[in-house]
Design a protein around this ligand. Structure first.
Ligand code: HEM
Length: 417
């Protein structure tokens, strides 16, 4: 399937690039309509909720449960499994440390200067089902900051600033979710439903170009974003950049986040992509003796027209190149570092805990509330997903193995320096 899709991708890529050159009007029309979906929301951090949204969210939720059961059948698993991101490349323990010199204007929620949280990170391909790592797919990273209330106690953050988005899971965790591309590939929920169905049927390209005479589809811009994301060559998941893609509340405005390998990081080992689990092997090899470091940065919303909340296919520029070119609104501020010390990633205990984890961008503080239509949909979808498979449903305290790990790395203890 990966091979067939690879060939199809080449053909479609050619077609899309050719059509994008020949029909600039069509490409512009797509960008235009994307920019106007959030026409009403021109103030910073403000959402724009369309009247028909609840119906789309319900459809997505139902579809998710159907696909979980389909995945279960295909894999022969005893229970439903994740709709997408089904395969685990690996779960790792680490420490998130906020910059001790963080500018006071950026102190909010978990971002307290010098705060240290134990984290658990799960890496997964975005595709449904269990496939060889060499297949075309997005690459996901989900990170859970643990012991959040305990750390915020140390900073005497008032309880009124610590309201939790999901009261049933209050107090413990702040989740952050990432993929390997700057922008989300789909512009709204009606399109996301089409994409989810086609992805589950093994033909995601039909969501972007489909000559069906009754419902023709031509979305060259989304298709280009999709191809860029799923064809990125990855030799080691611990060595690439990851992006939150969607906006989140940040005081009176909004932010997006990203994770990049620290500039000081040495090159990481790679394995032959012929092994169906080569990305797991590369992680295992790396973490035998190497400490991996990531910089966690935020991008603030400065202009609601140029950095829309509701259309996440429009990038909020944050690369070195964008910043050097003085692109309007381009910005990126490193607020913390993630350290992943050497460890064993393939023990039974790690595997079992990893499988039961459930991440949800709504699992966290109201100070970092997810914003925009995709985020609003994710709330219901992720909760339904976790409820329909054996999972800890967001409740995750360090188990014995993690506690032993934290003890071993006592230099990274919870207390501020
Ligand atoms: C409407 C938009 C989206 C929908 C409907 C959606 C749906 C899902 C679903 C159903 C799961 C499985 C969850 C579970 O069973 O626990 C999942 C997992 C995941 N999603 Fe999304 N997703 C969306 C957007 C995004 C975005 C924007 C990102 C990041 C930039 C993202 C990153 C991830 C990651 C990393 C996982 C794996 C979580 C884990 O390790 O358990 N997703 N998504």
């Amino acid at each position: 399937m990966a091979k067939v899709m690879g060939t199809r991708l080449q053909i479609w890529t050619f077609f899309v690039l050719a059509s994008a050159c020949k029909t600039p009007g069509a490409e512009n029309a797509s960008v235009e309509s994307a920019q106007h979906t959030s026409g009403a929301a021109t103030a910073l951090g403000v959402e724009d909720v369309p009247a028909d949204e609840a119906g789309y969210i319900q459809q997505l939720q139902d579809l998710t449960i159907d696909i979980m059961k389909m995945n279960q059948k295909q894999i022969g698993a005893p229970n439903p499994v994740r709709d997408v991101h089904t395969k685990t490349n690996g779960c790792v323990n680490g420490i998130f440390e906020v910059d001790p010199n963080l500018d006071p204007s950026l102190h909010t929620g978990v971002f307290q200067p010098g705060a240290r949280y134990p984290v658990i990170i799960r890496m997964s391909p975005g595709a449904p089902g269990i496939k060889p790592d060499s297949g075309v797919t997005s690459r996901g990273l989900a990170m859970k900051l643990l012991q959040v209330d305990a750390v915020l106690d140390q900073y005497q953050v008032p309880t009124e600033e610590r309201s939790w988005l999901l009261p049933q899971f209050a107090g413990l965790q702040q989740d952050f979710t990432f993929l390997n591309a700057e922008q989300f590939i789909i512009k709204d929920l009606s399109r996301y439903i089409i994409f989810t169905k086609d992805l589950a049927n093994g033909n995601p390209l039909a969501a972007f170009i489909n000559p069906n005479p009754f419902h023709p589809i031509f979305q060259p811009r989304e298709l280009k974003l999709f191809i860029d994301e799923v064809t990125q060559k990855v030799s080691n998941l611990l060595g690439i950049s990851y992006f939150g893609q969607l906006p989140y509340k940040f005081k009176d405005t909004a932010f997006k986040y990203r994770m990049d390998p620290c500039p000081s990081q040495q090159p990481l080992p790679t394995m032959s992509s012929k092994d169906p689990d080569y990305l797991r092997q590369a992680m295992t090899e790396t973490l035998k003796d190497t400490t991996v470091c990531y910089a966690f940065s935020i991008i603030l919303q400065k202009d609601a027209n140029i950095q829309p909340i509701e259309d996440s296919t429009i990038a909020w520029p944050s690369s070195d190149k964008d910043i050097a070119a003085n692109k309007p609104t381009a910005n990126r501020t490193e607020v913390g570092r993630i350290t992943i010390p050497p460890q064993m990633i393939s023990s039974d205990a790690v595997e079992q805990r990893c499988e039961r984890l459930s991440f949800n961008p709504w699992n966290g503080l109201a100070a970092h509330k997810p914003l925009g239509n995709m985020s609003r949909a994710r709330k219901a979808v992720y909760l339904a997903g976790a409820a329909n498979r054996p999972s800890d449903r967001g409740v995750q305290t360090p188990d014995e193995e993690q506690l032993a790990f934290l003890k071993k790395y006592s230099a990274y203890g919870l207390a501020p320096k």
